[in-house]
Design a protein around this ligand. Structure first.
Ligand code: ADP
Ligand code: MG
Length: 604
């Protein structure tokens, strides 16, 4: 008996003891593995002329035996060698296995959540099966091997037989003694019926691109015997026939008007291992020199490893029904790394390796279009479904800001209008454009304060001071916020009411509007100003004079204070930025005190 690796054991344990109600997803997981295996062989045959397969033979087969309580999922894909059985089924190298450990320790019992965060994969079989047997023969090998396991105790690998390359996964379903979440006895008998399996395949695996075949019972009229008399009544007989159960047409090849959202949702969940529906579905077909279909999803929540270095972005790239690359990262900019989906183009050459891909002009063109579509869709959500957008932004906003910051502001044109910040005046999340629209005419800059809590920022005397002048202040609480603003330096607000320098021009414009002309608009360059640093230049002439006088009058006091505080302060001076607070601490130079604190702490 061989032992499972520690991480695998934990995942397995979770599956065996799962109270997760959606146990039926085991079938989708095993079918998706079968489809992957067929994909691999298909791809190999396209790259290596010595690998000869008949495309038309590629298929997945599902069968069951009610008395033996078994379900078998077979494929004629690439198969596994003994080493591969050991490696792939003894150790499930889920990218998040480390996180999984800690997560699991912290939230014992909430397996629904954990299962929801992983592509649960092969081990999900143990949610319903007490025994799992895998018979596999790798393409090009003469021998087959059998992997078997009853669960946590371990597994065995022995020599076996199989007529051709491919894999059979044979599950022996548990007896019905297990209790589900509500304490009811669970019955797995529903999986041991033709109808039960067929409907699961159609629900979860309809768009798998290879035929999923099942023997189904049918009934037909017997031929009329020659000697049948006048009173002959037609007789019927049952027979079995191999039937392709799934639709096979890739969902992204269908016109979006022909697909229901729930089918997109199901496709998304089964393909990308998410248990939540996507927040947005974007599908389009491009024609011209480069033809392709794209189906993209914005997840409803951030994958648990999105901000870890293990996270791999990318879209699945298909060409003529063959998966070329599972995560083609050239198709997505970093700041849209959360987007999942598929691009399928017959025009993309099949024999591409990673290196040549990178220079591939076609991919660049597709990526550009993909990015535009995503941006447009996010803008649409921002303008037409703000509640959903706020949720989206909570999940993925950090990445958008980081996109601006890491491009030294170069990406601000594309991304700035997708950002939301907390408005101290409106008490809600607003865009920079909304901030600009709400400005009094004399306001020249966008004011913000950065720190770790809104409550504390709102209490800062300098924030109050700016608010008291009728100007809104954005309260930034994410570490990346202030860096983002510094990278941007300014925000260009479009379509702002034109400000006229001299009275004559203004009067002429007012008259024109009165006569029916559209009011003139202009782009306004608004500096992004931290209320806690440098000179805000908000004081009126009188206030400035007053401050100057106060400075002169109190010269002795200030030098005494400076002497007492020593190196702790750079200087002590009168401030024109305060309204009702007696004193405040500010910094000079570009960084706020709050940000200096963040920097000293080091990044998260
Ligand atoms: P994933 O599919 O996400 O890689 P799984 O737990 O579903 O994870 O499967 C683990 C691995 O086992 C797969 O990556 C694959 O290498 C191998 N495997 C599983 N099922 C099959 C199969 N039917 N044919 C060939 N290899 C398989
Ligand atoms: Mg899998």
């Amino acid at each position: 008996m061989r032992q499972f690796k520690t991480e695998s054991k934990k995942l397995l344990d979770l599956m065996i003891n799962s109270i997760y109600t959606n146990k039926e997803i085991f079938l989708r997981e095993l079918i998706s593995n079968a489809s992957d295996a067929v994909d691999k062989l298909n791809f190999k045959s396209l790259q290596d002329p010595s690998v000869k397969i008949d495309q038309g033979d590629l298929a997945i087969r599902v069968s069951f035996d009610k008395d033996a309580r078994t379900i078998t999922i077979s494929d004629n894909g690439i198969g596994m060698t003994a080493e591969e059985l050991e490696r792939n089924l003894g150790t499930i190298a889920h990218s998040g296995s480390e996180e999984f450990k800690t997560e699991n320790a912290e939230q014992q019992g909430s397996d629904v959540d954990i299962i929801g965060q992983f592509g649960v994969g092969f081990y999900s079989a143990f949610m319903v099966a007490s025994h799992v047997k895998v018979v596999s023969r790798a393409y090009g090998e003469d021998v087959a091997h059998v992997w078997e396991s009853d669960g946590l105790e371990g597994y065995t690998i022995e020599d076996g037989e199989r007529a051709e390359h491919g894999t059979d996964v044979i599950l022996t379903l548990r007896e019905n003694e297990k209790l589900d979440a509500d304490g009811e006895a669970e019955t797995y008998d529903r999986f041991l019926t033709e109808w039960g399996l067929k409907s699961l395949i159609q629900q979860y695996s309809n768009y798998v691109r290879y035929p999923i075949q099942m023997m189904v019972s049918k009934s037909r009229q017997k031929p009329k015997p020659e000697d049948a008399g006048d009173d002959y009544k037609p007789e019927y007989e049952d027979y079995q026939e191999l039937e392709t159960v799934n639709s096979m047409t890739p969902i992204w090849k269908k016109r979006s008007s022909d697909v229901e959202q729930k089918d997109y949702d199901e496709f998304y969940k089964s393909t990308f291992h998410d248990f939540d529906d996507p927040a947005r579905t974007i599908s389009f077909h491009a024609e011209g020199t480069l033809e392709y279909d794209a189906l993209l999803f914005v997840p409803g929540r951030a994958p648990f490893d999105l901000y870890s270095k293990d996270y791999e972005k990318g879209l699945s790239l298909y060409s003529s029904n063959v998966l070329i690359m599972e995560k083609c990262d050239d198709l997505l900019p970093d700041y849209y790394n959360f987007v999942r989906g598929v691009v399928d183009s017959a025009d993309v050459s099949l024999n591409i390796s990673r290196e040549t891909l990178q220079q591939n002009r076609q991919l660049k063109a597709i990526a550009k279009r993909v990015e535009k579509k995503i941006t447009a869709d996010l803008e649409d959500m921002r303008d037409n479904d703000r509640e959903a957008y706020e949720k989206f932004f909570e999940n993925f906003g950090r990445g958008l800001k980081y996109g601006i910051y890491s491009s030294y502001g170069m990406k601000a044109d594309e991304l700035a209008d997708l950002l939301l910040f907390w408005s101290a005046k409106e008490q809600k999340m607003i865009t920079l454009a909304e901030y600009a629209k709400g400005m009094p005419e004399d306001q020249k800059a966008i004011y913000y304060a950065a720190g770790d809590s809104r409550e504390r920022l709102a209490k800062m005397p300098v924030v109050k001071g700016v608010l008291d002048r009728g100007y809104d202040v954005l309260l930034l609480t994410q570490d990346v916020d202030e860096f983002t603003f510094q990278a941007m330096r300014e925000y260009v607000a479009a379509d702002m009411p034109k400000i006229y320098e001299d009275d004559a021009a203004r009067e002429a414009a007012e008259k024109a509007v009165a006569d029916g002309a559209e009011p003139e608009v202009e782009d306004r360059h608004l500096e992004l100003k931290n209320v806690a640093t440098g000179d805000l230049d908000l004081a009126t002439e009188d206030e400035k004079k007053e401050a100057e006088d106060a400075t002169k009058e109190n010269e002795d006091l200030f030098s005494a204070m400076k002497e007492a505080l020593g190196d702790k302060v750079e200087k002590v001076a009168v401030s024109a930025r305060l309204t009702d607070a007696p004193a405040c601490i500010t910094t000079e130079g570009p960084l706020s005190l709050e940000m200096e604190k963040v920097l000293q702490k080091g990044p998260e």
